[in-house]
Design a protein around this ligand. Structure first.
Ligand code: UGY
Ligand code: MN
Length: 248
């Protein structure tokens, strides 16, 4: 069907809304039987990459150029690293430190959110270690006391870690209590439901499957609409000084 050139997708100086009708798939070096939708990259101003990796049965990811965070959207993956094997199923996740030799293979069809970011070590800081977890086992925290808006922190928090990945679940009608404007940038994948996202001076209807990138200081607000909760996976850079090596 022709859309006569219309789409909800929108690219502005401080944000990208990328809806599935505009996704273009590409191969990447070292990967076999995996197609990548590259959502956020340095080419559009992001300081990290976020992709959706679509695996055919037996598909393998290539080596990571940086730290790698994986969130399984559908299916399952097998990760091997340092002589151990981890099976990560839907809504499970894994963090692989920069330079950690590993392989990622999907036995069947799978879709995985892949976030990669160059690590910013701290002088005297400890090196991060591999993390494997399950979103469903993380205790939710009410954001600013609002039990209709629940945050689950997937990454450990502490000086070692230079980014965070959370899920945020909004009951219908729940909303961020403020318009946020902050130095961290975001990569965001809508997992369930929908609502209205304010990005900069634009208000967009958004739904499951959409991707959003927010540049540092992009004004942002979300309110959930519909009859079921809205949920998204959200990345942010975290715990590093703005004058650090990645932020000249
Ligand atoms: O963590 C955050 O900055 C989050 N509250 N931002 C967002 O949901 N747009
Ligand atoms: Mn934010």
């Amino acid at each position: 069907m022709h859309h006569l050139g219309s789409t909800r997708s929108s690219l502005k100086a401080d944000h990208l809304l990328q809806t599935p009708d505009t996704f273009v798939r590409s191969p990447l070096p070292g990967a076999d039987d995996v197609e990548f939708i590259i959502h956020a990259s340095p080419q559009m101003g992001a300081r990290f990459t976020q992709m959706t990796a679509e695996f055919s049965p037996g598909g393998v990811l290539g080596p990571a150029p940086a730290q790698r965070f994986l969130y399984v959207l559908d299916g399952k993956i097998e990760i091997r690293s340092a002589g151990k094997r981890y099976v990560v199923k839907q809504d499970g996740y894994a963090y692989l430190p920069q330079g950690a030799a590993h392989s990622v293979r999907a036995p069947g069809i799978a879709r995985v959110a892949v976030i990669e970011k160059p690590y910013q070590p701290l002088d005297g800081g400890s090196a991060p270690e591999l993390v494997v977890g399950d979103e469903g086992e993380i205790a939710p925290v009410a954001l600013m006391g609002d039990r209709a808006l629940r945050v689950r922190a997937l990454m450990p928090d502490g000086p070692t870690w230079d980014f965070a990945v959370n899920t945020m679940t909004y009951d219908p009608g729940a909303a961020l209590s403020m318009v946020e404007i902050h130095a961290m940038e975001h990569g965001l994948l809508m997992l369930e439901g929908g609502g209205i996202y304010r990005l900069g001076e634009s208000w967009y209807p958004v739904q499951a499957g959409d991707f959003i990138w927010m540049r540092a200081y992009c004004p942002q607000w979300f309110g959930a609409l519909g009859k079921k909760p809205a949920k998204y996976l959200i990345y942010k850079d975290w715990r590093r000084h703005p004058l650090g090596a990645q932020n000249p």
